[in-house]
Design a protein around this ligand. Structure first.
Ligand code: ADP
Length: 350
């Protein structure tokens, strides 16, 4: 007859998912065989090591899921990350973590579960390719229809009454929207599949950010939102594709303004580490729940709720942000306390 401890060890050992447990100081106290297989290390070698040392991922550096779970008091689900295995190979993983606290709220231990997401990523890329072929074929009929509507409105097929003009204008507006959605989907998937070559050039980041922020002042002032830009003293040049990177910051700023209530503050903060420049777009809006956070960079994901949800959008903005940042070998993530706002972070190698 198995006792409870034997049963727990058996479950942990047989689990098809990688699992490890760390103590209050983030030192590993359990590491199962599936984790050994993925990372290519033995349990004995890693016991007592810090989890960030073993995973060697940007996730640990900037947005540790365990600290997020500790702060939010909820499990942190479905985070994507790239880890480096013992043999130096970089593999994508999907990871969830939960901090366990004692009655006084002190951290007892944290449990992290992850799996190798290589297959999932390949399948997603295949799916995207199919959808993008289909979307591409949709573009021509939409444009041709638009062209004929323009001709009707110009009176090329005879005079129209006011009602007919009104209806055609509505059709024209909706078609325009459809064309924009198709174009932004195609742009995003071209970047994701590497079909757009980035034009990396040395860029004066301070100048670029000041110009973008100035461009958003009018939109923000309509909601009496202040935008603040905080730059480090010596922000040199970084190699990036100005046009595409501008879209990243613009999308994040646009969202921060669009989803925030009036009379709040939006900040663009930049800091540097030895090897990275980190951009943060912070708002005081409704935030994004932990439940929605893992999906927020997915195509067309628009969580239904909060006060400003009537704001128009396609659900493609953040997917484009992620694609562009990753094409620059950077990473993007968010931190949010629902009800208090959110911060989107972008980290670029210098
Ligand atoms: P869109 O804004 O077109 O819907 P995005 O991909 O830019 O598409 O954003 C996806 C969803 O993420 C939005 O619909 C919104 O619900 C949520 N979101 C994005 N940014 C913020 C933010 N700063 N505050 C709150 N929710 C946000």
């Amino acid at each position: 007859m198995m006792n409870q401890d034997q049963l727990n060890s058996f479950i942990i050992a047989e689990l098809p998912l990688a699992l490890f447990v760390v103590d209050g100081a983030y030192k590993i106290i359990e590491f199962n065989p599936a984790a050994e297989r993925i990372i290519g290390v033995q349990r004995q070698e890693v016991l007592g090591c810090s989890c960030s040392e073993v995973l060697s991922s940007d996730l640990c550096k900037y947005h540790c899921p365990l600290q997020e779970s500790m702060l939010a008091g909820e499990p942190c689900l479905g985070r994507e990350a790239i880890i480096r295995t013992r043999s130096g190979e970089e593999i994508p993983i999907i990871l969830s973590g939960r901090a366990i606290k004692d009655n006084l709220g002190e951290l007892l231990c944290c449990i992290e579960i992850f799996r190798d997401a290589t297959d999932t990523k390949e399948l997603a890329a295949h799916k995207r390719n199919l959808i993008s072929l289909f979307t591409h074929d949709l573009k021509a009929p939409v444009m041709i229809t638009g062209g004929f509507i323009n001709r009707l409105l110009e009176g090329k097929a005879g005079p129209l009454n006011d009602k007919q003009v009104g209806y055609l204008q509505i059709i024209q507006k909706e078609l325009k929207l459809q064309e924009e959605y198709i174009q932004s989907f195609l742009d995003t998937s071209r970047i994701e599949s590497g079909r757009i070559e980035l034009e990396l050039q040395p860029c004066d980041l301070g100048r670029l950010l000041k110009d973008i922020v100035t461009g958003f002042k009018v939109q923000a002032s309509l909601k009496r939102i202040d935008i603040e830009l905080e730059l480090p003293q010596e922000l040199g040049q970084t190699y990036l594709d100005k046009l595409h990177f501008g879209r990243v910051i613009s999308n994040l700023l646009d969202n921060a303004i669009k989803y925030s209530q009036g009379e709040t503050l939006v900040q663009v903060l930049v800091r540097q580490t030895e090897r990275h420049v980190i951009f943060e777009v912070r708002d005081q809006g409704p935030g994004i729940s932990l439940h929605n956070q893992p999906h927020i960079f997915d195509h067309y994901y628009r969580p239904a709720r909060h006060c400003c949800q009537q704001a128009k959008g396609s659900g493609l903005g953040l997917a484009a942000v992620k694609a562009i940042v990753e094409a620059h070998a950077g990473s993007v993530w968010l931190q949010s306390v629902p009800g208090k706002g959110c911060s989107f972070f972008v980290s670029l190698p210098k």
